[in-house]
Design a binder for this molecule. Structure first.
Ligand code: GDP
Ligand code: MG
Length: 192
């Protein structure tokens, strides 16, 4: 990328969060480099990647932060969230949440499904700006035969928590651009 052509009207920091293995790094590489990797490798040395898109005749540069595997130990620092105006809260549509007790399971099916998402949402609400725009992102929607979280359950949950929602596939490039575009548009609407 050349610096001479690096002109933009707005710079927005977006963070990727969610459990290890849900596809965060591949969502980032698909959006910024149009690349996908079948291997899971933790991000080493790279803190963020950028891509500029046009929104209402303005150049909006997204600076997207990825974890380097700290999510495995729930050791994401507050610096990660600092200044973030948007977030993709990513889960894997083939995996139900696990961190929930048997008692709660009996009360609500959708609570079980979103146990891990719930945990990340709490973390976001603790550490990030209260006005952060959040896209609940159900990744790996290409794996239809392995799906265990229905679109409808996710929609209900997103509506309840006031989140944007899309299902994506980093593998097949489904809704990856759309997810970032939507988050950036909503941020731009508020900030302009
Ligand atoms: P991260 O730990 O959240 O950063 O997840 P990664 O991006 O490293 O992906 C974990 C694994 O899931 C890798 O083996 C990826 O190839 C795979 N993966 C990521 N996105 C998709 C997707 O949309 N569809 C499928 N089928 N696999 C995916
Ligand atoms: Mg990763």
């Amino acid at each position: 990328m050349s610096n001479e052509h690096d002109d933009y009207d707005y710079l927005f920091k977006i963070v990727l969060i969610g459990d290890s293995g849900v596809g965060k790094s591949n969502i980032l590489s698909r959006f910024t480099r149009n690349e996908f990797s079948v291997e899971s490798k933790s991000t080493i040395g790279v803190e963020f990647a950028t891509r500029s898109i046009e929104i209402e005749k303005k150049v909006v540069k997204a600076q997207i932060w990825d974890t380097a595997g700290q999510e495995r130990y729930r050791a994401i620092t507050s610096a990660y969230y600092r200044g973030a105006v948007g977030a993709l809260l990513v889960y894997d549509v083939t995996k139900k949440g696990t961190a929930i007790t048997k008692e709660i399971k009996l009360i609500s099916y959708s609570l079980e499904t979103f146990a891990d998402v719930e945990k990340w949402l709490a973390e976001l609400r603790d550490h990030a700006d209260s006005k952060i725009v959040i896209m609940l992102t159900g990744n790996k929607c290409d794996l239809q035969h392995l799906r265990s979280v229905t679109t409808q359950d996710a929609e209900i949950y997103a509506a309840k928590e006031d989140l944007l929602f899309l299902e994506t596939s980093a593998l097949n490039s489904v809704n990856i651009d759309a997810a970032f575009q939507k988050v950036l548009s909503v941020i731009h609407e508020v900030k302009r």
